[in-house]
Design a protein around this ligand. Sequence first.
Ligand code: ME8
Length: 507
Amino acid sequence: MKEKYYITTPIYYPSAEFHIGHCYTTIIADAIARYKRLSGFDVFFQTGTDEHGLKIENKAKEAGVTPKEYVDKIIENAKDLWSRLNISYDFFIRTTDDFHVKKVQEIFKKLYDQGDIYKGEYKGLYCVPCESFWTETQLVDGKCPDCGRDVSEVTEEAYFFKLSKYQKKLEEYYETHPDFIEPVSRKNEMLNNFIRPGLEDLCVSRTSFKWGIPVTFDEKHVIYVWIDALTNYITSLGYPDITPEFKKYWPADLHLVGKEIVRFHTIIWPAILMALDLPLPKQVFGHGWLIIDGGKISKSLGNYKDPREYIDSYGVDAVRYFALREVPFGSDGTFSEKALITRTNADLCNILGNLVSRTIQMGIKYFDGNVKNPEIYDTIDSDLLEPLKDLKVNVDKKMSELKINEALDCIFDILRKCNKYIDDTTPWVLAKDEENKDRLETVIYNLLNAIHKCALLLQAFIPDTADKILASLKVNNRSFENFADKIILYELGNEKPANLFERIKED
Ligand code: ME8
């Protein structure tokens, strides 16, 4: 039986159209999911939308529509965006899905019945755009630490989750599961800034707005944010029913999240799971932010373009490659259209695209498109063939460490070596002498073989481009199980290949 792998993105707020930051997490999750599938895992990849709350209620009011009408439109665009980015999710959960609503109500009732949720009174400093309560000490210059806007003091009757009860257990869990939070700096931040200073019980219901899941036993309350949002990762599998899907996929192997919601995923979510007596996800990875003009790209600041414009201008794989390659995964990085263009020209156009088109053209010109391996080797070949032998092992290792940009770098290093190999072996000189025909064919074969292996791996990252390359090499076995296959004869046909990437003008 195949080993399972369950990976999730955050469920995003459809309070405004999605931007390149949402694409960033989702593209990375997609590349990991694809890599695992190609490696033979039974993958479940989930994304979705977090649709309740005051902010969306207010936005819908401003737009003169119901909250459901408001989010439906944004979700239609989001699904179109994911389809154009080739996001291979297995399930898209919406927190307004009937099944989720019912299951959240059951979970809330269960936690109440067992004493983990109780009724109290909430007094707090609230930021409306961020839908977050803050303590005095968390404010920055008296303002919301996330968006820098004013907060207001609010008092109301509310239900609370006994988060404080889980403080010790969480600390112990962190100690016994050193890989639970990555990168490790985020784990230290959670311990030092939140857990050790003491956890306060968490407000989990509101009476001041209506757009949320009603508490079944106290209908003036709606469930506030986290018990609704975080449980998406298990309601989709059927929980509280212990379904075959739940048994198979839970616990999740990886929750990918932005650094600002690591706290919710590594403190509140584990505590809810502990209260439900369920296993915890194996890992939460908190990645950095894409920064634009020195600040975070943000829906509430509205400082961004529809990512579909970048896809239209530069192609889906340029956008995917940029997200995967540009920034060391975990750190913050800058997004700009200029950097996207530079990266596309330098790597996809110059290194990959030119190599593939040059090599295929030589295969057609010198061998009518049928290239086998006469095995006339030279010492120079080892500069390419030796590193190629280690490629798969190296990329596997980088992927298992979630060093996505370094995994791509391993592949592009081979592609760079191919270009150098062409310069060093000078096939056009070999072609002048019929005596060198077998040596020339060995050179072209070695190049095709290296491109073939790189394209197999690239399927996880830039699937459209990888498919085009594999199709032009007539490679049909594309799973990683076939990685070591030797192709006896590359049949390239005799049509000049179309350019994979056109050079983009930098102005
Ligand atoms: O937080 N750079 O939803 P959200 C990188 N509904 N990633 C970014 C980004 C940026 N500039 N901006 C957004 C929520 N993201 C909750 C989550 S989960 C149970 C509930 C990505 O729409 C990143 O993954 O604000 C971040 O954590 C997420 O979008 C926030 O999306």
